[in-house]
Write a protein that binds this ligand. Sequence first.
Ligand code: CFM
Length: 532
Amino acid sequence: MSKERDLLLDKYSSRIFKNRKSHITQLEFGENPDEITANTRAIPGIITARGCCYAGCKGVVVGPVKDSVVITHGPIGCAFYSWGTRRNKAKSSYEGEPNFVPYSFCTDMRASDIVFGGEKKLEEGIDEIMQLFHPKCIFICSTCPIGLIGDDVQAVAKRVEEKYGITAIGYSCEGYKGVSQSAGHHIANNGLMRYVIGKGEEAPKGKYSVNILGEYNIGGDGWEQERILKKIGYEVVSVFTGDGSYETLKNSHLADLNLVMCHRSINYIAEMMKTKYGVDWLKVNFIGVGATSKSLRMMAKYFDDPELTRRTEEVIAEELAEINEDMEFYKSKLKGKTAGIFVGGSRSHHYQMLLRDFGMETTIAGYEFAHRDDYEGREIIPQIKADADSKNIEEISVERAVGYDDRYTVEELVSLRSQGVELDTYDGMIKDMKEGYMVVDDYNMFETDQLIDQYKPDIFFSGIKDKYAIQHGGVVSRQMHSYDYSGPYAGFRGAVNFGRDVTMSLYTNAWSLVKPPWKTMPMLEGTLGGAG
Ligand code: CFM
């Protein structure tokens, strides 16, 4: 076991040590591949940064669908605290297109509803929504008490569909399901696959069409990606689900190719669409200049058209010319600096590529709720043992739909893969890191503090709450869920924004003026997790 990892785990009692040791790995790249334990329950009492299943379904996956109403079935707090806290940006794509993203709808369950049942209240709430807003699609998201009292949200959804002739999906995404928001992603994906994808018949008009899966338009990232793709000549059929709409998601099965940005939150749909409609998926990363160029080139190879390849190179050259001077300037400021990063399930990998564009290395990285495949690559999936928590989340299986063929034959796919087109696969984060670097699953604040002390990164890309604790310790942090209200950071122009923000953060002298009390006052010593 390596030194820094030893030092970190040493502080734990044996009970906590037993749990945490397999969630923390210092990369060795030895004979056996580096392994990590992930997607298991957090230790009670350890301050995890994770969210809940409802957050993953309502907040992350279905929340950004702008022309659909998302109703929280539960007490008002769940609706209030998930109202606008994920920074989904959305605007109407055509005159008259509804945009319900700024709203929060809730059944406001009270004590008497918990005792006597809330289905009636839910139906009345939906009647009111129909009178006022006339959406074509409604997502009902259940919070913890709904599962406990047994309200049948699927039956309500069915009645609503019959009454109004719209799509209504009842989600049993109670907060306690699974071990994190990851369960909510899966549940949301299942519903979209069952009731939305494949419902439309509008075929794409462009020569080459794509969906962007797992892109949520935080800070306008999705818009920057669409700008580049459209400039090359691609038709973007739908985006799951940032600035997305029910009207486009239902036609998504007719696109030529699925691009997967956030593997963690959407890989279920990518796989199911491949099986059911023969749409290949390509793991892309539009975070970082090198990563964006690589992704665009893989796409061009997939379609294998000289004109598309020429246009791709032309656009890459144009975009690089536009940002080159700025990138060089920020690189001169950032080269040689180091970073730590801890975000949900994708960004801790994606942003390492962007940091490398500036000559920065990420020595500590972790995810809140990723699965082993996000760390170690999809080839690990058969080895992942299902536990009671993961078995609790429905796996749906789909079959090839009549009239849909694979886009390419198996031989053609093998040939494309051998040319570096990363189809239907994902290598995970670890392979892009270096020996000695630390990878931690489900970080807690104690580990963050300790690792910052040991590795002394110049900047730490953090979550929402830990940001302030890190800064109190004199290390600058940029919050990577909402970008501290900056962005976009994706694509070519986004890289410049990121370089500017990181440079500003690092070159302010504010952090050297911070003297936290623990640097000047005696520390109380204690052990974590009780005796033994
Ligand atoms: Fe995917 Fe996300 Fe992420 Fe995620 Fe999230 Fe997010 Fe995230 Mo916050 S879908 S896993 S559940 S890339 S909200 S846009 S920033 S934790 S790393």
